[in-house]
Design a protein around this ligand. Sequence first.
Ligand SMILES: C[S@@+](CC[C@H](N)C(=O)[O-])C[C@H]1O[C@@H](n2cnc3c(N)ncnc32)[C@H](O)[C@@H]1O
Length: 319
Amino acid sequence: MATRDEMDATYNYMDEIFRLSLGETADITCALYDGDYSKTLEQAQADKHRYVLDSIGFKPGSRLLDIGCGWGPVLRAARDRGGSGVGVTLSRKHAESCRRNGLEAHVMDWQDITVDTFGRFDGVVSIGAFEHFCTPEDYQAGRQDAIYDRFFRLCHDLVGDGGRLYLQTMIWGRNFPGVERVSLDSPKGSDEYILAVLGKFYPGSYLPHSMESLARTAEPYFDLVEFKDGRKDYIKTTEEWSVVWKMTPRKLLAALKLAPYFIRDPDFRYRLQTLRGGYMKECMKREIMSHRRLVFKSRVRSEVGVPAGVSTGEPQAAS
Ligand SMILES: C[S@@+](CC[C@H](N)C(=O)[O-])C[C@H]1O[C@@H](n2cnc3c(N)ncnc32)[C@H](O)[C@@H]1O
């Protein structure tokens, strides 16, 4: 699991520039084009928010949990639909920004949530956060499935029978070379080199290997009822993000404030290299990575075998 320090390092420096570029509730994950690349980024993000809320059956008065809420785009969409949301994030700047905009967000690891923390929800959403839940070391130690199992079990506890989970995540693509080959000593521009630089941009992060393996891990708790391949949408979204780099006087001021990061953070140059070089887009183009939007429906409690010792906040159901 990526740590709070790693998530602060990943996201906090972006805070001012990203909000100036993408708005107060900056959405920094793949928008929904669904084959129509004439849409503006704004429209494609609004379409994603509608799709996400529809996927979990969100209605006026509903309440959702957003695991990895970022600057709160989905929390805002939930409010705009007449409902409410609770967001958790490991980035202090994300939570502060959400609260400034009247959204409920907490700096909290999802692993510390139980049904007693915020109560139950009508649906759970997690967009672009799952990538941070397993580290390369977790994967190498064989812990990946156990982490995902814990996540799906928690979501099941939180939504109850028949409740929905919307999960959007990058996954490894068919050309992923394997973690053991990833190295900064590889030739510049190679798949292995780009992934090594990305490892500095997103420390403590490792992707699921396939949608099928994820669905299998979820199976004790959820059925996968719908999915979309978002790889091409991701490429288009990253192209649109070039707006982030269009300088304005306010952004220039914000950029100047980043100078101390070069001294404090030895990996900061790799972060800028990733953004300047469009490395995420490159990974999607080369199919080193891919992307999925997944809609899960929880299985009825009596069908779920809840392992002994797990706190569900309720008497354990017979399996
Ligand atoms: C790429 S941002 C996604 C933000 C937002 N969902 C969006 O679509 O714009 C990833 C988010 O996941 C959060 N995150 C990562 N690991 C987490 C954890 N273990 N518990 C809670 N939040 C986590 C980060 O702090 C960050 O807010």
